[in-house]
Design a protein around this ligand. Structure first.
Ligand code: K7E
Ligand code: CUA
Length: 650
């Protein structure tokens, strides 16, 4: 989105206009008691919807309530997170393993909630990592990241992580085309040598485990966004492309030469059938598959060595290009599956393709040439209509399930409501400022809950008290239950939310996990009762089997540790009460503290470098005697003959 920041600078006038609009609204009383009532969730009461906002460059996912805009949690996904010890504990470090080693960060854009029959089922939420291409799966009962799969032969995994309507597949796609397989070659030989890959990752219906089923090797365009077909178009997947010019430098200019780029329509059912019948070519690869096991509380990494690739030309009738004007960005499919909307980010109009017309054109073999052997359909043959909106820079579209669509316009900073089928504009409201995605709970399914839309903005400026040169990004909630949209709330977000997903609270709240049961704890270093605590030396490694319960650690005094030892504190939290974690930290440790949930075991590594008596303590205020929840480790010189000793507090 950085390129737009430049554009927007030259659109200062629009900003000023938008600002004035806001002033007027305030004095006209948009934040009058009726708007205030709509977002007011009284103390002790709960929100109607969950909203999951991607964190962009924070690498994580944040959880909010709607309509209050209150932030409930940040779920660590691709980034190390000292708040819980994610990516610092021995158990979770493998989650961040890749073929490039330990990668403790990513750029997370598009969350998507699992579906059954095209409706949200609230089992998992998926999100993409853009930078070192990955997809994560998060449990919506524990709100923990359970699985991360790396995507080989991909670069800039942006058109991801969208799922098909029975969660058969979660999809990944190349934003940057690259040499496949990667090799040392001149950049200026990009054209016709670099390739894009579209990856279909199957999701096991019982446990959600992901497996890279096949990868379609496509021309070297940039694959930007995607959405699955649904209803009548279930079985297809649609991807916007830009840079069909295949430029490799000065993209800002060189990738904007063609009047039209494409939406790639992929019949994944056809390719699945081809692959199931033995089609495709196995290619050597190297990518990480990281899985967290809820019963052992541990993640493990498997390096995968092969990927099944498919040449689209080998599966006739599976891939087509739909010409779409002006470097389209968003690619959205309406709840009926009939309309495919391509938002040409450099245009004023929206292009809507018709699924039925596309099928008719394919059947009639009415092609307008081909690109690298892939048939191009005629623009006029697939066009359902155009929305002449008068806005500038359309990006993304969501649906309310009542026949309306809502599109964001980055340059003119507004949300435009329009009618599917007639293409008439019904309403438009300014955003503050420069909106990217928007989200209606279920807006990316067959059954949207069209009560609120959340607009996620790129520029905050004067919306909040200034906090130095950087402001958190801002989101806005609009009530869309009536004919006209009504702005009802502003709230700050964390990182840079791109897309978001939302669902009714009752889908998740009743099954949200409260504790991990101690009697189900299969961690190899767990202690089932405090009397089982012990300290075991294995050469230079020392394993401390520690337990916590309000308000003490067992053991709390340890002697016989030496400089040069590697000490593993395996801490089991013996609480079996909702919302009573204990923390652990020790002076001089080179990792973060840990938060251990009730019934859980986590491990912190400490390599003492200095002789002395060093304290450890609980970092989470857990009881009236939380301050007493502490202990000491005595560290002797490397050559000392101190025996290991520990106290169980008897
Ligand atoms: Cu438009 Cu990454 Cu979906 Cu940002 S993307 S806004
Ligand atoms: Cu345990 Cu504070």
């Amino acid at each position: 989105m950085k390129i737009y920041k430049k554009l927007i600078m030259s659109m200062g006038a629009v900003l000023v206009l938008a600002s004035c609009g806001q002033q007027n609204q305030n004095s006209n009383g948009a934040l009058s008691s009726s708007a205030a009532e709509k977002v007011y969730v009284a103390p002790g009461e709960q929100d109607e919807y969950y909203a999951f906002l991607s964190g962009g460059y924070s690498g994580n996912l944040t959880v909010y309530g709607l309509p209050s805009g209150r932030m409930f949690k940040e779920i660590p996904v691709f980034s190390q997170f000292p708040t819980s010890g994610y990516g610092y504990s021995e158990e979770t470090k493998p989650m961040l393993t890749t073929s490039h080693g330990f990668v403790p960060w990513d750029d997370a854009h598009h969350p998507d909630i699992s579906q059954t029959n095209g409706e949200l089922d609230g089992r998992w939420i998926f999100i993409n990592g853009n930078n070192t291409p990955r997809i994560a799966r998060i449990s919506l009962s524990t709100f923990e990241t359970e699985e991360i799969i790396e995507v080989p032969n991909s670069a800039g995994n942006h058109s991801s992580s969208f799922i098909t309507e029975n969660t058969e597949y979660v999809v990944a796609g190349t934003r940057f085309s690259v040499p496949i397989p990667q090799r040392d070659m001149p950049i200026n030989e990009y054209k016709s040598n670099f390739k894009g890959s579209l990856s279909f990752i199957s999701v096991d219906p019982e446990h959600g485990h992901m497996d890279l089923k096949f990868q379609l090797l496509m021309p070297g365009f940039n694959y930007d966004l995607s959405h699955p077909g649904r209803g009548k178009s279930h079985g297809w997947f649609f991807f916007t492309t830009y840079n069909t010019e295949e430029a490799h430098t000065l993209q800002e200019v060189n990738a904007s030469q063609n009047d039209k780029d494409f939406i790639a329509a992929v019949n994944w059912k056809k390719i699945e059938e081809y692959v199931n019948n033995g089609g495709g070519t196995k290619m050597p690869a190297n990518y990480a598959h990281n899985v967290y096991d809820e019963s052992t509380h541990m993640a493990t990494t498997t390096m995968k060595k092969e990927v099944l690739t498919v040449d689209p030309l080998k599966v006739p009738g599976a891939v087509f290009f739909l010409p779409t004007p002006k470097s389209p960005h968003g690619c959205d499919v309406d709840p009926t599956g009939q309309y495919i909307i391509g938002n040409g980010k450099l245009s004023a109009d929206l292009t809507v393709h018709s699924f039925d017309k596309m099928i008719a054109a394919i059947e009639g073999e009415k092609f307008d040439g081909e690109a690298y052997g892939i048939p191009i359909l005629k623009f006029e043959d697939v066009l359902a209509g155009q929305v002449k909106s008068g806005g500038l820079g359309p990006l993304h579209t969501e649906f309310d399930g009542k026949g309306n669509a809502y599109t964001t316009f980055f340059i003119s900073s507004e949300v435009v409501k329009w009618k599917l089928g007639t293409w008439e504009v019904i309403d438009r409201k300014p955003t503050y400022y420069s909106v990217g995605h928007l989200m209606i709970p279920g807006g990316n399914s067959r059954k949207p809950f069209g009560k609120y839309v959340v607009a996620m903005n790129k520029i905050t400026k004067d919306r909040y008290l200034p906090t130095g040169p950087e402001m958190e990004h801002s989101a806005q909630i609009y009530d869309i239950s009536g004919e006209k949209m009504e702005l009802i709330y502003d709230f700050p977000t964390h990182g840079e939310p791109h897309y978001a997903a939302g669902c009714p609270a009752e889908l998740l709240a009743p099954k949200s996990k409260k504790i991990y049961r101690l009697d189900e704890n299969k961690h190899p270093y767990a202690v089932t009762s405090p009397t089982g605590s012990k300290v075991v030396r294995e050469g230079n490694e020392v394993h401390v089997y520690m337990s916590t319960i309000r308000s003490h650690f067992t053991p709390d005094n340890i002697e016989g540790i030496k400089v040069g030892d590697k000490v593993y504190f395996h801490i089991t939290n013996h609480e079996q009460d909702f919302d009573v974690p204990h923390g652990f930290s020790i002076l001089g440790q080179n990792t973060s503290e840990l938060l251990i949930m009730p019934g859980q075991t986590k491990t912190s590594v400490w390599e003492p470098k200095q002789v002395g008596v060093w304290p450890f303590y609980c970092t989470d205020f857990c009881s009236a005697l939380h301050q007493e929840m502490q202990g000491y480790v005595r560290v002797s010189p490397a050559n000392s003959n101190m025996e290991l000793k520990w106290s169980l507090g008897e």
